[in-house]
Design a protein around this ligand. Structure first.
Ligand SMILES: NC(=O)C1=CN([C@@H]2O[C@H](COP(=O)(O)OP(=O)(O)OC[C@H]3O[C@@H](n4cnc5c(N)ncnc54)[C@H](OP(=O)(O)O)[C@@H]3O)[C@@H](O)[C@H]2O)C=CC1
Ligand SMILES: [Mg+2]
Length: 431
């Protein structure tokens, strides 16, 4: 019987100089690299099984790659197929994993495999949970949500131009272990990911064996498809722990801007907590990137808000929206979310002294054009219906280092954001 990975580790409570209580999770920090002769498992059994389980998808993408431009055509057709309502509700039909590979995984065993693959890498960065608890205690366990743009493999290697990042740090076989290690370290109940271009061959098979139910919605014209040897389109993915939540409904949304269909997508799902029977909506999105597209992002944000109004029946159901908005807090799209009738607040503001300021950065990289340090990623939540009990601190400038991200230590140019939520005992009218 599968057990929630969270239950496998205990958390220690510490108080730092600022007076904030910090929760540290012992045993999850990779120790300094062991000597070269350190014992390693005979074979990475679980990681290898994930690849085997998605053999159909992988062999398909490999065959297609040798066809040059055909790659884009085939995956465009695939993306269109996924856009159709029947397919988008049942994307699993694209792969039929061997039932043997759906056996539950012990998260500790997978973590050990990841660490063995990463044994030459520098130690994991230490990040602490900051306790933000308000006075209202909850009898139910919190809902831990992770927001993370994990960096599409094809974009990282082929398009992003991270000029200070060594190419070896971008190798998928190791980078995927850093990503999995981050997920296993924080054990979210819900995972909201952007730039996922290894859903079918890595995340879906592995995370399903860890007890998650996943949904993937690729971008209609993913820029990954322009990269040689790509692994398919990138898109948003949403995973939730099946032992904690029941799926009530799910919508794959292609965002519009001024009535035009765009290349950006969102997934919105209504979940019911099995412990409390409370329902809430969780959404993930990745808005249009780059300067010059501010009005476009604003229009996409309005479209997403309108969709979420409908799904939450005019804010009757509490809402959590995770995303790489590609917008600083000064942008219009941010202001739309902050002032929406959905009554949303941005969770990471609560880490600031006055609770009013976003963190100084959620992404930090060096491109040919120079250094890019921005706050673009957010976790919005219904401020009357939900409370943020804790939030994972960001990496410091010193931890990030002079070459910025991604790096041998950290697999993406965006930091993961992780929050623990609980429901407030509020009447519906205050949502
Ligand atoms: N075949 C066709 O007919 C069409 C093809 N396309 C393809 O889609 C692409 C555009 O797609 P769209 O979704 O609008 O892309 P976006 O502009 O939203 O960006 C795509 C990715 O590029 C990253 N990015 C942001 N800034 C830079 C930068 N300065 N240099 C390199 N990468 C960056 C973003 O990462 P982050 O979010 O982390 O910043 C994002 O994941 C086109 O380049 C084309 O390849 C698009 C339309 C039609
Ligand atoms: Mg990116």
């Amino acid at each position: 019987m599968y057990q929630s990975p969270r239950r496998l580790c205990s958390a220690l409570l510490q108080r730092d100089a600022s007076g904030l209580r910090r929760l540290t999770t012992p045993g999850l920090r990779r120790q300094s690299p062991p000597p070269a002769a350190a014992p390693r498992p005979a074979s990475p059994r679980l990681l290898a099984a994930a690849s085997a389980a998605s053999g159909a998808a992988r062999s398909c993408s490999q065959t297609v790659c040798s066809m040059g431009n055909g790659t884009s055509r085939l995956y465009s057709a695939l993306a269109k197929a996924l856009n159709s309502s029947a397919a988008s509700q049942h994307p699993e039909y694209l792969v039929s994993p061997d039932p043997e590979h759906l056996e539950p995984i012990d998260p500790k065993e997978l973590l050990e495999e990841c660490r063995a693959v990463l044994h030459t890498r520098p130690p994991r960065f230490q990040r602490d949970f900051v306790d933000l608890r308000t006075d209202c205690p909850s009898s139910h366990p919190p809902i831990r949500v992770m927001q993370w743009n994990i960096l599409a493999q094809a974009l990282g290697e082929g398009k992003d131009n991270f000029v200070q990042c060594p190419v070896e740090a971008l190798k998928w076989e190791e980078r995927k272990c850093l990503i999995l290690e981050e997920i296993l370290a924080y054990q979210p109940d819900i995972l909201c990911l952007q730039e996922v271009d290894h859903y079918f061959d890595t995340f879906q098979p592995l995370l399903s064996r860890l007890g998650y139910q996943g949904t993937f919605f690729p971008k209609p014209w993913s820029p990954c498809l322009d990269v040689e040897h790509n692994n398919g389109p990138d898109g948003c993915a949403l995973f939730f722990l099946q032992n904690r939540f029941k799926l009530v409904n799910s919508a794959n949304i292609r965002l519009t801007a001024m009535t035009l269909k765009t290349n950006q997508v969102a997934i919105a799902q209504t979940l019911e907590c099995k412990e409390s029977s409370r329902q809430f909506c969780i959404a993930v999105t990745h808005l249009k990137a780059r300067t010059g597209w501010e009005r476009f992002r604003s229009a996409q944000g309005c479209d997403l808000l309108q969709n979420l109004q409908n799904i939450t029946q005019g804010a009757k159901i509490p809402l959590i929206v995770c995303g790489d908005f590609n917008a600083e807090p000064t942008e219009e799209v941010y202001k739309h979310f902050a002032s929406s009738s959905l009554n949303l607040n941005s969770a990471y503001k609560l880490l600031s002294a006055d609770g009013q300021s976003e963190p100084p950065y959620t992404t930090w990289k060096i491109r040919t054009s120079g250094e890019c340090r921005h706050t673009l990623d957010y976790i919005w939540y219904s401020k009357h219906a939900l409370s943020v009990r804790s939030a994972l601190d960001l990496l410091t400038e010193e931890q990030i280092g002079p070459n910025r991200l991604p790096s041998f230590n950290y697999p993406s140019d965006h930091l993961s954001l992780v929050c623990d939520f609980s429901f407030n005992e509020e009447p519906d009218g205050l949502l």
